[in-house]
Design a binder for this molecule. Structure first.
Ligand code: GLY
Length: 319
């Protein structure tokens, strides 16, 4: 197999704050995994992005639970964390799940937090600003079940509340990075705080390898944003890479992975977006919604370019 060693990065549009640092690192000899981690950390630290890392919108009881994964296309190794509280850089903890060679790929909840403490991952005491706490409080007290708000975290039933959960894509979030380094190795990463006001313990596609994230040097990589439940049910990221393996072009493979989502039988079908590249360096973005973009930079470009995503319609339904 001939490797395309032209360094390049693609990312979801909200990766703008991280792509320049990630490209600089690649040019200085960093690996694709390093570039993905550097790019995503910049978004995780950004308090203005309420769908990733620090200051993301919390779950329905006001706790911020983070999900992330990273995959090495050279080895097909991966690491992931889910439902992690108190550690803003979920992508770095996910990477350590992979690098420390645990016999596991995904740690969730208290176990992920314990692991993060054990490896001395950066911990922040307060993961939310007062402004975001106020958005959460107002959103929930404005709902029909107002009287129950003060007892939400004390074990009162949440089932009637969970339909208030908000798809992160309605606020254009979750971050994807895919990088190709000077060795031609591919890595992909995804990080999210998940749906705003989600049911505690809800895990989306971002930390699920094969659903929201997949990389394989031999064929290419794919990462998703959108309604994670859909990408989990269809195995979207892995499907796209498998379609490449079966000989489809990148556009055909991406289109087929998106069209697969139309067959899902769930009562809840929302938006889906993916970015992908193949081993020859071609890249693509697709979305079920109009006006969505992604960003792209290769080593000889002074700055990134914003590229329109192709649209594949997926009729939405909700309950
Ligand atoms: N795609 C991010 C999520 O559903 O949590």
């Amino acid at each position: 197999m001939t490797k395309n060693t032209a360094m390049r990065i693609i990312a979801s549009q909200n990766g703008v704050r991280g792509i320049a640092d990630a490209m600089r690192a690649l040019k200085n000899g960093a690996s694709a995994l390093d570039a993905v981690e550097i790019g995503i950390r910049a978004i995780e630290a950004d308090p203005s992005d309420h769908t990733v890392g620090y200051n993301g919108y919390p779950n329905i009881v006001g706790e911020l639970e983070l999900d992330a994964s990273i995959m090495d296309g050279k080895t097909l190794n991966s690491g992931a964390v889910a439902l992690m509280r108190g550690f803003p850089f979920a992508i770095s903890v996910a990477r350590q799940v992979m690098e420390r060679k645990l016999p596991h790929v995904l740690l969730a909840g208290a176990g992920a937090e314990r692991f993060a403490r054990e490896i001395d991952a950066e911990a922040w005491d307060d993961m939310l600003t007062d402004e975001v706490r106020e958005v959460w409080r107002r959103r929930l007290t404005a709902s029909a079940a107002t009287g129950a708000f003060p007892t939400l975290s004390d074990g009162s039933p949440l089932l009637d509340w969970v339909k208030l959960a908000t798809d992160p894509e309605r606020v254009e979030g979750t971050v994807n990075f895919i990088a190709v380094d000077g060795q031609g190795d591919i890595a992909s990463g995804v990080s999210t705080s998940g749906w705003a006001w989600k049911y505690p313990g809800r895990i989306g596609d971002s930390p699920i390898i094969g659903a929201g994230n997949y990389a394989d040097n031999r064929y290419g990589a794919c990462a998703c944003t959108g309604m994670g439940e859909m990408a989990i049910n269809a195995g979207t990221a892995r499907s796209l890479v498998l379609y490449l393996k079966l000989g489809m072009s990148l556009a055909e493979a991406a289109g087929e992975a998106m069209r697969d989502l139309r067959d899902l039988g769930s009562d809840y079908i929302g938006g889906m977006n993916l970015i992908a590249l193949d081993r020859d360096g071609a890249h693509i973005g697709m979305s079920s919604e109009t006006g969505r973009t992604y960003i792209y930079q290769q080593a000889d470009m002074m700055e990134h370019e914003e590229v329109e995503r192709e649209i594949v319609e997926i009729p939405a339904r909700w309950g």
